[in-house]
Structures are given as structure tokens and as C-alpha cells.
Design a binder for this molecule. Sequence first.
Ligand SMILES: *[C@@H]1O[C@H](CO)[C@@H](O)[C@H](O)[C@H]1NC(C)=O
Ligand SMILES: *[C@@H]1O[C@H](CO)[C@@H](O)[C@H](O)[C@H]1NC(C)=O
Ligand SMILES: *[C@@H]1O[C@H](CO)[C@@H](O)[C@H](O)[C@H]1NC(C)=O
Ligand SMILES: *[C@@H]1O[C@H](CO)[C@@H](O)[C@H](O)[C@H]1NC(C)=O
Ligand SMILES: *[C@@H]1O[C@H](CO)[C@@H](O)[C@H](O)[C@H]1NC(C)=O
Length: 313
Amino acid sequence: MTAILSSTIISLLLYFQNYLLVLTYGSYGFISKKVPCACSICVTDRENSNWFSERYDPNIPLLLNSTNGVLHANVSRWWKELQSSAGNYTEVVDQLFPLFPDKKHYSDAGPDRCRTCAVVGNSGNLLGSNYGPLIDFHDFVMRTNKGPTEGYEKDVGSKTTHRIVYPESAVDLDNSTHLVLFPFKILDIQWLISAFTTRHITQTYTKVPSTIKANKDKVMILHPEFIRYVYDNWAERHDRYPSTGFLSLIFALHICDEVNVFGFGATSDGIWHHYFDKTLTSYEISVHAGRFENETINRLQQENKILMHKGWT
Ligand SMILES: *[C@@H]1O[C@H](CO)[C@@H](O)[C@H](O)[C@H]1NC(C)=O
Ligand SMILES: *[C@@H]1O[C@H](CO)[C@@H](O)[C@H](O)[C@H]1NC(C)=O
Ligand SMILES: *[C@@H]1O[C@H](CO)[C@@H](O)[C@H](O)[C@H]1NC(C)=O
Ligand SMILES: *[C@@H]1O[C@H](CO)[C@@H](O)[C@H](O)[C@H]1NC(C)=O
Ligand SMILES: *[C@@H]1O[C@H](CO)[C@@H](O)[C@H](O)[C@H]1NC(C)=O
């Protein structure tokens, strides 16, 4: 009874939130000719923001499969220099799809679909937020790297449909969670294969797990061309390559109709740390252009494409 009541309240809240946005951005909505999705506001409605349309490419390949793996020479050159490693890309990618599902993923966008997504970062601003139930209410809950749920359910929720990792940040997953590998080098793809077969790779630039618990039938690999696209169009070539959190957010814009963002940015007193440890993270000195990514994320919010939830603290 309490559960039903609280989920009703949450749906009302979510509905009300959208309603407010509709009011705020008045002209959009009921008179629109062709509705791109069934939510009250759709990410891919490209008519209402020139800034967004100039950057968003609905045709970019998102995830690798057996037919789209060949890279443009310029993408190939760039990607192979991010974190250089030996190995023949073509030969490695050829081993992927006998092993993992070979599909066209998430191409079901249309006027009848309203897929809501929560992109959950690892910021300390989640602590004390009580966002757990709100986060779990989404169709997809996408988490990055090691961010745990156990012990933090009240603030971060307990559901994880997608866990976005690279080998150095991988953790064991539930059987129902998609492992989404963001590859920054050929060795990362080799590690993925090894983790589900021979388990012989234990080292990249640091020690990595030789295997992880995860459902092989739910593995996905981000397309290198997508990483380049995010770098070019959304990070506007700031610094060397985008952060995992930023890539995840743009990924969500491509597979979801409504995107809510949690656990990004600093705490209200300006401190950058993870909610699950006290290690301070600095966005100024990393390879990622934290400041510019932050501005792009702020702009996405202004353009009504995402909704940021920054916590109460
Ligand atoms: C890479 O090459 C393709 C086709 O050759 C071109 O369409 C694309 O704009 C190029 N991308 C970059 C980043 O130069
Ligand atoms: C990678 O392997 C493919 C297929 O075995 C081969 O045709 C290609 O020349 C190799 N590329 C490099 C750079 O060695
Ligand atoms: C692979 O993905 C592309 C889009 O990047 C899609 O057009 C193609 O149908 C997919 N291939 C398979 C075998 O699912
Ligand atoms: C995990 O899910 C797969 C189907 O995706 C199923 O075949 C397998 O038995 C499940 N494993 C466990 C331990 O539940
Ligand atoms: C990110 O943007 C917010 C909102 O404008 C701002 O308060 C914050 O200082 C920015 N953080 C960084 C690291 O630039």
C-alpha cells in the first residue's frame, strides 16, 4: 500500500515536472505536427533548439556490431592514439560477435515510445539527496564505473540496467544489467573477450580483473566513432577525449526520450568527490575538459534536453 502510494506520488511529481517544463517552454507541444515520442517532451525534438540540432547526429553508430565495425581512416587514427596499445583492431573486433549479441540496439524510437532514463554519476552531491526512489522509477538506470548501490540505496537507488565501464573501472554485475564497455584502446576490447573466455589479461596500464561476473548476453561495446563524435560535436575538441560521465550522458540522449541526470558536478560547497569514498577528484588537471563539459551540460539543461538533479546538500 505504502509502495503504491509512494510510486503514485513519484509519478505525479515526474508528471508535474514535465508539465512545468511544458509551461516554461510554452510554444512547444500540443500544436506540434509530428510527435517524435510519447513523453511530454522528447529529447529528439530537434525543432526547438538550433544549438542542439547543430550537434545532435541521429545517425551516428552507437554500439559496435558485426556490420558496422570498420572505422573511417580519420576516426581510426585518432582513436588508436587515445591510449595506445598493440593489437590489430580488425582482428579483435572480428572475435566479438560470435561471443556477444550482434544487434541493432535501441532503434525503436517513435511516437509510441516514452523511455525515461536516469544517468547517475558518482558525485558526492548524491549523499543525503533521498533520490533513490526517484532514480529507480526510470525505465533505464545507467551508472558509471564503480559507483555502488549497496548501502547507498536511499540516495542512489538500487536498480541498474546499464553499467558503463572500461577495464580499469570494471566491477561485478547482476545478471539483469547490461555491461557497456567504453573502449579507449584495442586492449580494452581484448580484455572484454578475455574476461569471458581465457581470462589471461590481468594488466593494462594498471592491474585489471581477469574476469568479472556479468551476463554475456547483455554485453554492449560503445562504437569508437561515437567517442569521436562526442569529442567533435559536444566537447568541441577540448582536451584529448571526453570523460566517461560526459560520454554516458550523450549516449543517453541517443537511446532515451527523456533524460534525468543525477550525481554530476560538485557538492554545494564546491567539493568534488565520489559519494562512496572520500577521494577528492579534480576536474581541472585531468585529461578531460571538465569546465567545458560542465558548460555543455548546463546548456543541455537550458535547452530543455535534460533535467539536472543536484541534491539538497
Ligand atoms: C572523417 O572522414 C569522413 C569521411 O571520409 C568525413 O565525413 C568526416 O567528416 C571526417 N571526420 C573528421 C573528424 O575529420
Ligand atoms: C589486421 O588484420 C587484417 C586481417 O587479418 C589484415 O588484413 C590487416 O592488414 C592487419 N592490419 C595491420 C595494421 O596489421
Ligand atoms: C549494426 O548497427 C548499424 C547501425 O550502426 C545498423 O544499421 C545495422 O543494422 C546493425 N547490424 C546488425 C547485424 O544488427
Ligand atoms: C542470466 O541470464 C541468462 C539470460 O540472459 C540466463 O541464460 C542465465 O541462466 C542467467 N544466469 C543466472 C545465474 O541467473
Ligand atoms: C559548473 O557549472 C555550474 C553551474 O553554472 C557552476 O556553478 C560550477 O561552478 C561549474 N563548475 C565548474 C568546475 O566549472
